[in-house]
Design a protein around this ligand. Structure first.
Ligand SMILES: Cc1ncc(COP(=O)(O)O)c(C=O)c1O
Length: 434
């Protein structure tokens, strides 16, 4: 019998069930600038789910640079970097970034996702192998899927497993790709050991510094600087959508490597380039990062305060040692419920469920900014204390302050109300399926 392509869409009702249950955590609308506080669906909430680590996304100088670029260059390049879409601003940004991370050359893609697609699929050719950490970001996995070479994975930050994979592919061209800071777990790749193994087995190293530039290292130059191993990283990738307060993605490396990527990366050649306003925001942000190291200092003060605060309350924060602090909740449904309770309290966070995390280890992903004040952070800790106790995630009684409020959580959501299809859908959420 002939199948209608749209049948699967019509049958997909599970997200609607989650919406009807009142715990759907996705696509909520911000109605103001996204700073440490944002109006989300009519109410001011403290944001602890953005990647605006240094708080530059609403910095007056960054906004001004964008506005000036629109006035001078208009709103769109209307074409690819390859053809009409290269403006002088793109090259200024590339030179600045290359210098920032200590590489000869860099190329700016339209998103971070595009840069991982383009660099990995171009560098890993037929007969080569790309070796990735099992918890690498989805855009790395997508780049590997596009590459003609083989993809193999090693257990998260398990250097014994990495060595096993390297030794199985001795004679091939090899690229090891890792997140510098892992986007959900908040832990840092074991770069010193990766460098040692790469030297032994003749592999190249690519580090995705999406969550590390502006954050790690004395000058915010990322994972290489953090470990004093900048020169040992062959390819640096960084998004502009986090500390650089814009959108876009850089690949930096030796000049010949960038020259090659520029002429073969389909995700660069066959898409329009980054608009001038966004490029100008990147340039202004890198300038501010270099001139105002106190932002990074404050980010780390906030990070330490929150890690300690959560742990004092009895929360499990996993292996995080960055501004990304996951809070272990347990069951997926509990994470949705906790997200909703926090949202109602005035805290905007993100739930992360299976398969992004092992079954029974769902988390609330929190991330902090230099621009969070002590008041914001105290409010977040109070809210987590209250909700964590109500859900039985942390022990009852007063641990931190004697401020337990009496309001009972009235929401009637329960695991039983979920159909098998809903549970299946939750398990297959595409953006977590990495
Ligand atoms: C580790 C990592 N790499 C790449 C990306 C993709 O970057 P972008 O959002 O700029 O496309 C992200 C985005 O969340 C990320 O966390």
């Amino acid at each position: 019998m002939q199948q209608d392509l749209f049948t699967k869409c019509v049958k997909f009702t599970t997200a609607r069930e989650v919406m009807a249950a009142g715990v759907y955590p996705y696509f909520h609308k911000s109605q103001s600038e996204q700073g440490p506080e944002t109006i989300v669906e009519g109410k001011k909430r403290v944001v602890i789910c953005s990647n605006n680590y240094l708080g530059l996304a609403s910095h007056p100088k960054v906004k001004e640079a964008s506005i000036d670029a629109i006035k001078k260059f208009g709103t769109s390049p209307t074409g690819s970097r390859f053809l009409n879409g290269t403006f002088e601003l793109h090259e200024i940004a590339e030179k600045k970034f290359a210098r920032f991370v200590g590489k000869e050359s860099a190329i700016l893609f339209t998103t971070g996702h595009h840069s991982n697609l383009g660099a990995i699929s171009t560098l890993v050719g037929k007969g080569d192998v790309v070796i990735t950490d099992k918890l690498d970001h989805a855009s790395i996995i997508d780049g590997c899927r596009l590459a003609l070479g083989e993809m193999v994975r090693f257990r998260h930050n398990d250097m014994g497993d990495l060595e096993r994979q390297l030794s199985r592919h001795k004679d091939k061209g090899k690229l090891i790709v890792v997140d510098g800071v892992f986007s959900m777990e908040g832990d840092i790749a074991n770069l010193p050991k990766i460098v040692e193994l790469a030297r032994t087995y003749g592999a190249r190293i690519m580090v995705d510094d999406a969550h590390s530039v502006g954050v790690l290292g004395e000058n915010g130059r990322g994972t290489g600087e953090h470990f004093g191993l900048e020169a040992a990283v062959d390819v640096v990738m960084a998004t502009a959508s986090k500390s650089f307060a814009s959108i876009g993605g850089f690949i930096a490396s030796r000049e010949e490597v960038i020259h090659y990527i520029k002429h073969f990366a389909r995700s660069l050649i066959f898409t329009a380039s980054l608009p001038p306003a966004q490029v100008a925001a990147i340039i202004a942000s890198i300038d501010l990062i270099e001139k105002e190291p106190e932002r990074r200092k404050k980010l780390w003060e906030n990070t330490h305060k929150m890690k300690e605060g959560f742990e004092d309350l009895g929360f499990d924060t996993g292996t995080s040692n960055s501004p990304i602090i996951p809070i272990t909740v347990g069951e997926d449904m509990k994470a949705f419920q906790m997200w909703r309770m926090l949202f109602d309290e005035g805290v905007f966070a993100s739930p992360v469920i299976t398969p992004a995390v092992p079954e029974g280890h769902a988390i609330i992903r929190t991330s902090f900014m230099a621009t969070h004040t002590d008041e914001h952070l105290e409010f977040v800790l109070d809210s987590f204390e209250k909700v964590g106790k109500q859900l039985g995630i942390i022990p009852g009684g007063s641990i931190r302050r004697k401020k337990e409020t009496q309001k009972r959580w009235k929401f009637t959501f329960s695991r039983e109300r979920m159909t098998a299809a809903t549970k299946r859908w939750i398990k297959n959420l595409w953006w977590f399926n990495r």
